[in-house]
Design a protein around this ligand. Structure first.
Ligand code: GLU
Length: 492
């Protein structure tokens, strides 16, 4: 049976992303998924999704769905996994318990593992003793060589057994494509539990069974798991499984060089999505955390990344998450979108902020598209759209910052002249607007701030905002006239 699972020499690349379903995916894990994905694409291999849900208390189906949602949004497609199927399933660990039991049995039979009947109290006492003597705790191996009488006795007492894996080597060498060869000393490893009392198998054990049976060729994951790898390695060896190649990628830090966490800003995919980051921008940005393009190119499409990604350009030093750079990159991606696409992506933001209604977007699509086109190069986030387009649907009462311009001698004349020139037209073009402003300048003598700021406040009630010719051409003449009248009434 083993043989059929073993990889032939020409086995093509198979990698996996193995999240635990405990909520939306953290950006660190998305980067792990991404490196696996890029590596698979680059090698023409398979990207497998496996749900590690054996921790029943922390896992939920709801969280699992959030993972699919996040991965779909980012554009990941898995070749095998839940919802997709594949020859090596099932792909959810809770559906593989039978397999884990089978392999735990094998390890018991071959003598690589043994049943441990120690109670929690006994183990706590061992731990306390070690602490008292200032020693690193390591299981005493008390149950390693129990006689059959002792076993019978424990079972008669109704004690439940866990299963422990025997650790005999003093050092366990582990090779890693990013970290290089590391010799892990076993002083602190001790015989470790692979199946808990009550039968729940433990990560380090199930991970090996799954990776081996799913023919995973490269295990690419966060370096918080580097420390687990020696334990996994000796399980591979004990079961006669061929070892995959390991690549542990460095962690992501916040700008203050501490581990990236909520206090640095967004950390889950959902938060980035809700603020109006584009999936493509996040995808691109994350690819550059501890990996770099051979020519240091930064804006890279998924296809370009598939083409050039390689594990040997993954650095062994932690990456700093530069939120400012991500924002900049997002702006670049927004500018590169078709206006129609941008309008579609921005609509939910404009609607949820209350600036536009659903009806407006649907019934006045033409106008909506011009509004979006006029602000496209001002957006860094999709959420910026509301503030930017508000002027096209709303006149704001001039505030104190408008007082000096409204108080200028020429301002009433400027606004009146503009009103007169609009009379009779339905709307004006940018060209017409230019001619009109020249005429107003000639007629009133106002120029510079006295002219342009007066027109801006006249049309919007604000001192800042979109380009004037955009406001003048996207609004129709009636709307502008009403706004000019309102502003005039403020001058009194
Ligand atoms: N479920 C583990 C995690 O999310 C997977 C670790 C691994 O890739 O082996 O951290």
């Amino acid at each position: 049976v083993l043989k059929e699972y073993q990889r032939g020499l020409n086995m093509s690349v198979r990698v996996r992303f193995a999240p635990s379903p405990t909520g939306h995916i953290h950006v660190g894990n998305v980067r792990t998924a991404l490196f696996n994905y890029l590596f698979a694409k680059n090698k023409g291999g398979k990207f497998i999704l496996r749900i590690e849900d054996t921790d029943l208390e922390r896992s939920s189906l709801e969280s699992e769905n959030l993972i699919y949602e996040d991965l779909n949004w980012l554009g990941f497609e898995w070749d095998e996994g839940p919802k997709q199927g594949g020859d090596f399933g099932p792909y959810r660990q809770t559906e593989r318990i039978g397999l884990y039991n089978e392999y735990a049995e094998k390890l018991l039979t071959s003598g690589h593992a043994y049943k441990c009947y120690c109670t929690k109290e006994e183990l706590d006492a061992e731990r306390e003793e070690a602490a008292k003597n200032k020693q690193t705790y390591k299981y005493s191996k008390r149950c390693r060589n129990l006689t059959s009488e002792q076993i019978e006795q424990f079972e008669a007492e109704g004690r439940e057994a866990s299963i422990r894996f025997k650790v005999d080597a003093d050092v366990i060498p582990v090779d890693d494509m990013v970290k290089g060869l590391v010799e892990f000393k076993t002083d602190a490893i001790g015989d470790f539990v692979i199946v808990r009392q009550g039968g729940v198998p433990i990560y380090n054990f199930v991970c090996v069974i799954d990776d081996a049976l799913m023919n995973i060729t490269h295990v690419i994951r966060g370096d918080d798991h580097h420390i687990n790898t020696p334990k996994q390695k000796i399980i591979y060896d004990a079961l006669g499984f061929e070892l995959p190649q390991f690549a542990h990628i460095p962690m992501i830090l916040g700008e203050d060089k501490s581990k990236l966490s909520k206090r640095h800003g967004n950390t889950s995919v959902e938060q980035f999505r809700n603020q109006g980051y584009l999936a493509e921008a996040l995808f691109n940005f994350l690819a550059l955390l501890s990996w770099s393009h051979p020519e240091e190119k930064e804006i890279l499409t998924p296809e370009e990344l598939f083409e050039v990604f390689s594990l040997d350009r993954v650095s062994n030093s932690a990456a700093v998450f530069d939120f400012g750079k991500l924002k900049w990159m997002n702006g670049q991606y927004i500018r590169a979108l078709d206006v129609e696409k941008l309008a579609e992506l921005a609509a939910p933001f404009a609607i949820s902020s209350g600036v536009l209604t659903d009806e407006f977007v649907n019934n006045e699509n033409e106008k909506y598209l011009s509004m979006i086109a006029s602000v496209q190069d001002k957006l860094e986030l999709l959420a910026d759209v509301s503030e930017q387009i508000e002027v096209f649907v709303k006149y704001t009462e001039p505030g104190d910052d408008c007082a000096d311009v409204l108080g200028m001698e020429t301002t009433p004349a400027v606004l009146k002249a503009f009103k007169d020139k609009l009379a009779g037209s339905e709307s004006i073009t940018a060209e017409e607007y230019k001619v009109i402003t020249k005429e107003i300048q000639k007629e009133t003598g106002a120029k510079g701030k006295a002219l342009f700021m007066a027109l801006r406040i006249g049309m919007s009630g604000k001192t800042k905002g979109s380009d004037l010719d955009k406001i003048a051409t996207i609004l129709n003449a009636v709307e502008i006239t009403e706004r000019l009248e309102k502003t005039l009434s403020f001058i009194g």
